[in-house]
Design a protein around this ligand. Structure first.
Ligand SMILES: NC(=O)c1ccc[n+]([C@@H]2O[C@H](COP(=O)([O-])OP(=O)(O)OC[C@H]3O[C@@H](n4cnc5c(N)ncnc54)[C@H](OP(=O)(O)O)[C@@H]3O)[C@@H](O)[C@H]2O)c1
Length: 241
């Protein structure tokens, strides 16, 4: 789906990849971009870049009330970018139940709740798309981030279900599997990372090309190739991270 004239909504738009996705979708010609943030006060400078096209919106994807208010305010959305995410749980044996629950609350239940909230708008559009920002850790578990990986794997599974459920309604469903991105989420982890701007541009290209699986950086492409050939080999590779 071309983004020219689309009405895009990006969750977690105040920083990191979400912020870059607002800029990238605007550059692709989006008519309007709703920038969702838990604290819309953090969107001021972003909105100032294009005040006629960026609309700030309070969205906490773990709050039913927040999602309902946002969906009522943004009834013309045609492309929903489920970007908001947390890394709360590390090892599955060392994380507390609360940390594991936090990862699932945002990365699985929150992402699905956001999808359900904006679905009426997406179904009204002649053509629409959902873009779920998952992770290479959705494909095989990174044990150092075991709880996060499990939640992202669950979200990948739900993404596959949505693709089938929404096929007849002209809503395309894209799964994005980034490798390490240079954002706050992995700030303290020394490894090669791709800039959020490059990842955002590649996501836009993938949506416009109609790709069901979007591999937006060199690491994700390498890992996806390994996974397609031999899922056990990716499991062994990610175990070393
Ligand atoms: N960084 C990586 O290496 C990497 C790799 C693969 C996939 N990803 C995925 O890419 C996406 C973006 O992450 P990032 O790297 O940009 O991380 P980030 O810099 O930590 O940003 C996370 C964003 O999500 C928002 N968020 C968290 N919980 C939320 C909630 N309940 N409701 C609404 N917004 C919420 C945050 O808002 P606040 O400012 O309010 O906390 C923030 O805007 C995530 O889904 C992440 O899992 C990241």
């Amino acid at each position: 789906m071309k983004l020219d004239n689309a009405v895009v909504l990006v969750t977690g738009a105040n920083r990191g990849l979400g912020r870059a996705l607002v800029t990238a979708t605007l550059a692709a010609g989006a008519k309007r971009v709703y920038a969702g943030a838990r604290d819309p006060g953090q969107l001021r400078d972003l909105v100032a870049d294009a005040p006629d096209r960026i609309v700030p919106l309070q969205i906490d994807i773990t709050s039913a009330g927040s999602l309902a208010a946002a969906a009522a305010a943004a009834g013309d959305v045609t492309v929903l970018v489920n970007n908001a995410g947390v890394l709360a749980a590390y090892g599955v044996l060392t994380s507390t139940p609360a940390q594991l629950a936090a990862d699932f609350a945002t990365n699985f239940f929150g992402t699905l709740a956001a999808t359900r909230a904006f679905l009426p708008a997406l179904e009204r559009a002649p053509r629409a798309a959902i873009v779920n920002v998952l992770s290479v850790a959705s494909l095989a578990n990174v044990p150092a981030l075991g709880g996060y990986s499990a939640a992202k794997a669950a979200s990948f599974s739900a993404t596959q279900a949505l693709r089938v459920d929404l096929a007849a309604k002209n809503v395309a469903v894209h799964a994005v599997f980034p490798g390490p991105i240079d954002t706050d989420m992995v700030r303290g982890m020394p490894m090669a990372k791709t800039s959020p701007e490059d990842v955002a541009r590649a996501i836009v290209e993938g949506v416009e090309a109609g790709l069901e699986e979007i591999l937006p950086d060199p690491a994700s492409r390498q890992m996806f190739d390994v996974w397609k050939r031999d899922p056990k080999a990716l499991e062994r590779q990610l175990a070393t991270m």
